[in-house]
Structures are given as structure tokens and as C-alpha cells.
Design a protein around this ligand. Structure first.
Ligand code: ADP
Ligand code: MG
Length: 577
């Protein structure tokens, strides 16, 4: 169905046409007519399916001459970027329509400017729940004339802890209103909001993940422990995406990876919620303008961001949630274009997690071998041949060649030296993963066990779950792969499958537990056994679980440095914007 089959004003049709939209997407077809009628709607549809227009077009159309003074449409979005993006898009729809004034209100930006815009009679207000609440408290935003309230990415807003703000806002808006909710998933909390705040809503569900995912080719690479950064550099060099996004799970990882990529000569920029708004805007602009070719980001910072022409998405870390995988890879292959998604995995546990994602999305993620340095050199040779055969030489170059010849360096030799220099410059810094340790597969369970010893114990107030967490993290194995953990005063022993012993010791090379760098070795008899205090008279180790777990520290302190992994990421690492 085309937009011009809708009963839209000329002003809107003209603006939509100018944006190059002719045919509506499914969610638009289903929801726009209902929204124009004023119905309450719950819309579920994947990322990249045009939800902004689905609610933005009816919102703009609903503005009348009489709405010159106050906010009549309120749109809540989970992040500043999304609020800015929705605002920009809605302004485009409003281009030819008189009297529409929009204002985006989000944290980290000048309150004065926002107040000014609100006072000047913004009738469509788009904001993050936190900042919207601020304006309500200051009475710079009044809710009494709101006719339509739209929750965009409602599930994400709840995930981010905005529930209370959202409920307060909804409860304060006059009851005689239209309530619209878009969400990728429908957890109970959303159902509860729907029941409590919507009136006879129409549920629209556009078929599952496939739509976005089908257009995206998905691959994964097995990478030796600790070599993901090197692997990523090889991949970026081999595939040369002109615009790529790289996802990490923590802000610290975003910073670290961005630094490393920049040092290796990639035009990379990082994006996460700890950055000032102005920096974030700069980063987004340079990525959109293709000045930065690689955007390294956390999920929340990148959520819903719509940049056209992203040709590859890299999952440096596996997402913490299967749904995020879809959101991430949905950054490429937008609006019907194709794209590629690459996921880096280390260790068996990540392989299991990847399999779970495959099931969840009902699509295949195929394994690919990592490109080797020699492959890349071969590719560079090809591209140099092409480059040189298409290049032109000027008289300065011939002059140099002649003068070199006068010194006994003939043309062939001179050309070879120049080529060598360029080839080296382009490939010397490339990491070499050819000798990196491969992942172990297919450990047979019930196999023989051995023990490893870690030089940390009760003296450092270690709890078994700290040890286990660190080992699982370092090896990519699962908790079940490890056996009994005995904590002594100054050391700890852990039962491990014998076949994996060397692998575990190698992988734990730079492991830290509770902030302490530790050494992991094969346990041979007991160099520590003579320490009588660690043993009971019957020879069993003394183990005061409570003391071992918490020592004299408060529980909150202990949990605050729990080791991040996919299941339990540090609270402080989770983005809240
Ligand atoms: P979502 O919110 O569902 O993730 P967006 O609203 O960000 O998706 O839209 C994704 C992209 O599709 C945007 O670039 C938008 O301009 C484009 N788009 C939306 N509707 C249409 C349409 N009917 N025809 C062509 N492109 C569209
Ligand atoms: Mg959206």
C-alpha cells in the first residue's frame, strides 16, 4: 500500500514523497490508519521497520491551528540519541505543514534551550523519561493538554529503569487521550502498562525477527582466548567495510578497543553513555558523515540508531540478551538493504551462547575461518597491482628514477624498493594469529580430573564463586566443567578435567580475582600441605564459608566487584542514560 492511498494532507504527502518513501512498511500499513482515527495501539515490529514514521506521521497530521500554545503530543524514547533522531525525522514530516513545533528534551543538554523551546509553544515534545520528569517538576512542561502519548521502544525504557517515571507521566496525562506503545518484545511489565493505561488497544504484531535478519548474512569466528582485538584488526583489514559498527558489552571495553583501533591506524570512534552529550553528537556526526568508518559502541548507546549504509556489524562481545543480537545486527541491512554481521567468540561457553542465539532468531550463523596475515598480504598485492596499473607518473618521479639509475640502481630495483616499502607499511603491523592456540572442542565428560592451584586464598577474602567466575571468564568453559574448590589460607585448589588442564592454565595467564593478579599452576601433591592451619585433624581442609566469602567486608562491597560475564554484568557497567 502506498502512502498516497492514506487520507493524508497534501503537506504530509509532499514531505513523505521528498523523503523517497512510496510504499508503506507493514507496521506503517497496520498502524497509521488506526492512529489517524485516534485509536490506542500496541505495535510490535522489528528494528529497522519504520516505526518512527508509523507514529510520527499521524502525530504530525494531528496538529491543528489551535495547538499553537502547548504540548499536545508527547513521545518518550529510551535514549538521547533516539529522541534526537525521532525529532529530526518528525521535523522532516512537518516540513510543509504550518504550525508544527517540535522540541527534543533529553539529559546532558542545556535545560535553558529546552525551556525556551517549550515556552515558544512546542506542540510535539520528544524526550527521555528522566528529562521529561524534570520539566514536569519545574512546570516547564505541562501535561494537561496532551492528547497523544507515545512510548517508543517501551521494553527498553523499562529495562533501563524508567518504569516509575513512565507511570508517573502516564498517570498525570488527562484520561481522555490516545496512548500508543511500540515495543520489540512484550514482557509482562509491558502488558501491565497496557492494561492499566490504554483503552481498548489494538494489538499489531508484525512477524518475528526474520524480516530484518533474512537480509543479513551472519558469520562467526572462533578466536583464541584474549586475541579478539587482533582478530578484529585482521577482519577490518580484510573486509575493509567503509562503515562498520562494533559492539562491546561495557563502556570500559568500548574505550579500550577504540584506543587500540585508533593506534593501529583505523578511523574508529567510541560511543557510550558516560560521554558528554556534545561528544556523543560529534561522534555520531562523524560516523554518519563517514569521517569515522568504525563506530565502537555499547548496546544502549547504539540502540535504534539509524545510520544508512552500515555495511557490517561486528559483535566483539556476545550480547547479554538474545534480543540485543537482533537489535545489533539490525544496524546493518536497514530499509531493505543487505548487510553482514560477524560475531567473535572465544571458548566453548560463547559457542553455546551463539547456538542459543541461532535458535532464537531461527537463522543460521555460519562459521568462517579468520583471515590469516598471509591472505591479507596476498590481497594487498592484488590491490597494489591494480592501483599501480591505474596510476599516472609525473616528471618528478622519472627524474628520481633517472638519478637512481645514475647511482647504479636500475628501474626494476627502484620500483621493487618502493613497492616493498609500501607493502610493509600496510602489513607490518598486522597481528599474526596463525599460531594462536585453537579452541578445544569435544571434551568427553566423566574424564579424569586433575587439580590446579591458585595462589590466593582466605587471606584475600576469596569466595568460591569468585574463583569460579574468574575461571569461567578466562576459559570460556562453563561452571559445570569445574569440580571441587577448596580454599585455604593462602591458596585455593580447583578440580578440573585433566585433558583441559594445560588449556586452563594457559588461559588463566593474566587472570585477576577480586582485583588481585594471580598465578595458576598444576597442583602436584601439595607445596602448601604442611601449613597445618589449613587442615583439620582428619586431613580435610578447614573451610569457614562465611569468612571465606565475605571476610570482614560488607556484602555490598563484595558484590560490587563481582566478575562480569554474560549472565552477571557489573551494575556499574550497565548503561543508564
Ligand atoms: P525502527 O524504529 O522500526 O527501528 P526507523 O523508524 O528508524 O525504524 O526506520 C528505519 C529506516 O527506514 C529509516 O532510515 C527510515 O527513514 C526508513 N523508512 C521508514 N519508512 C520507510 C518507508 N515507508 N519507505 C522507505 N524507507 C522507510
Ligand atoms: Mg525506532
Amino acid at each position: 500500500m502506498n502512502f498516497n492511498e492514506l487520507n493524508l494532507s497534501q503537506a504530509l504527502l509532499r514531505a513523505v514523497g521528498e523523503l523517497g518513501y512510496t510504499e508503506m512498511t507493514e507496521i506503517q500499513q497496520e498502524s497509521i490508519p488506526l492512529l489517524l482515527e485516534g485509536r490506542d495501539v500496541v505495535g510490535r515490529s522489528n528494528t529497522g521497520t519504520g516505526k518512527t514514521a508509523a507514529f510520527g506521521i499521524p502525530a504530525v497530521e494531528s496538529i491543528t491551528e489551535a495547538d499553537r500554545k502547548s504540548a499536545v503530543v508527547l513521545i518518550l524514547c529510551p535514549t538521547r540519541e533516539l529522541a534526537m533522531q525521532a525529532n529530526e525525522e518528525i521535523r522532516k514530516f512537518a516540513k510543509y505543514k504550518e504550525g508544527v513545533k517540535t522540541s527534543a528534551v533529553y539529559g546532558g543538554a542545556s535545560m535553558e534551550k529546552q525551556i525556551h523551546e517549550l515556552k515558544r509553544g512546542a506542540n510535539i515534545v520528544i524526550g527521555t523519561p528522566g528529562r521529561v520528569m524534570d520539566h514536569i517538576r519545574r512546570r516547564t512542561l505541562k501535561l494537561d493538554s496532551i492528547r497523544t502519548v507515545i512510548l517508543d521502544e517501551a521494553d527498553e525504557m523499562l529495562n533501563m529503569g524508567f518504569r516509575e517515571d513512565i507511570e508517573t507521566i502516564l498517570a498525570d496525562i488527562p484520561e481522555d487521550r490516545q496512548t500508543v506503545l511500540f515495543s520489540a518484545t512484550m514482557p509482562k511489565e509491558i502488558m501491565a502498562i497496557t492494561e492499566k493505561y490504554q483503552r481498548d488497544p489494538v494489538h499489531i504484531k508484525i512477524k518475528s525477527a526474520q524480516r530484518t535478519v533474512e537480509l543479513i548474512e551472519q558469520f562467526y569466528f572462533e578466536v583464541a582466548m584474549g586475541r579478539k582485538t587482533d582478530a578484529l584488526k585482521l577482519l577490518l583489514t580484510a573486509y575493509k567495510p567503509s562503515s562498520a559498527m562494533v559492539f562491546c558489552n561495557t563502556k570500559a571495553m568500548v574505550d579500550q578497543l577504540t584506543d587500540e583501533l585508533v593506534k593501529s591506524g583505523f578511523r574508529a570512534a567510541g560511543l557510550h553513555g558516560d560521554m558528554k552529550q556534545i561528544q556523543r553528537t560529534q561522534v555520531m556526526n562523524s560516523f554518519k558523515g563517514k569521517a569515522a568508518e568504525i563506530l565502537v559502541a555499547t548496546d544502549v548507546a547504539a540502540r535504534g540508531i539509524d545510520v544508512s549504509g552500515v555495511d557490517a556489524v561486528f559483535n566483539y562481545d556476545l550480547p547479554q540478551d538474545n534480543e540485543y543480537y537482533i537489535h545489533r545486527i539490525g544496524r546493518t541491512g536497514r530499509a531493505g538493504r543487505t548487510g553482514t554481521a560477524y560475531t567473535l567468540i572465544s571458548g566453548r561457553r560463547q559457542l553455546y551462547d551463539l547456538r542459543a542465539i541461532e535458535k532464537y532468531i531461527h537463522a543460521e550463523i555460519r562459521e568462517m575461518p579468520l583471515p590469516e596475515k598471509s591472505d591479507i598480504i596476498a590481497m594487498k598485492k592484488e590491490s597494489m597491482i591494480k592501483e599501480i596499473s591505474e596510476a599516472q607518473a609525473g616528471h618528478n618521479a622519472y627524474d628520481i628514477l633517472d638519478r637512481l639509475a645514475a647511482r647504479g640502481i636500475d628501474y626494476r630495483e627502484a620500483a621493487a624498493r618502493v613497492i616493498e616499502k609500501q607493502l610493509r607499511a600496510e602489513t607490518e603491523a598486522l597481528p599474526d594469529l596463525e599460531n594462536a592456540r585453537p579452541l578445544r572442542k569435544g571434551r568427553n565428560s566423566g574424564a579424569k580430573t586433575a587439580r590446579i592451584v591458585i595462589n590466593i586464598g582466605r587471606n584475600r577474602r576469596i569466595a568460591p564463586n569468585f574463583i569460579l567466575g574468574a575461571l569461567v571468564d578466562a576459559t570460556g568453559m562453563t561452571g559445570k566443567d569445574f569440580g571441587k574448590i577448596d580454599i585455604y589460607d593462602e591458596h585455593t585448589t580447583v578440580e578440573v578435567p585433566e585433558a583441559e588442564c594445560d588449556y586452563i592454565i594457559e588461559s588463566s595467564d593474566s587472570m585477576k580475582i577480586n582485583g588481585n593478579k594471580v598465578e595458576v599452576k598444576l597442583y602436584k601433591g601439595s607445596p602448601y600441605a604442611e601449613r597445618g592451619r589449613s587442615r583439620r585433624p582428619d586431613g580435610k581442609p578447614v573451610f569457614d564459608r562465611k569468612k571465606a566469602a565475605y571476610g570482614n567486608r560488607k556484602k555490598s562491597e563484595i558484590y560490587s566487584d563481582y566478575i562480569p560475564n554474560r549472565k552477571n554484568v557489573l551494575k556499574k557497567d550497565i548503561e543508564v542514560i
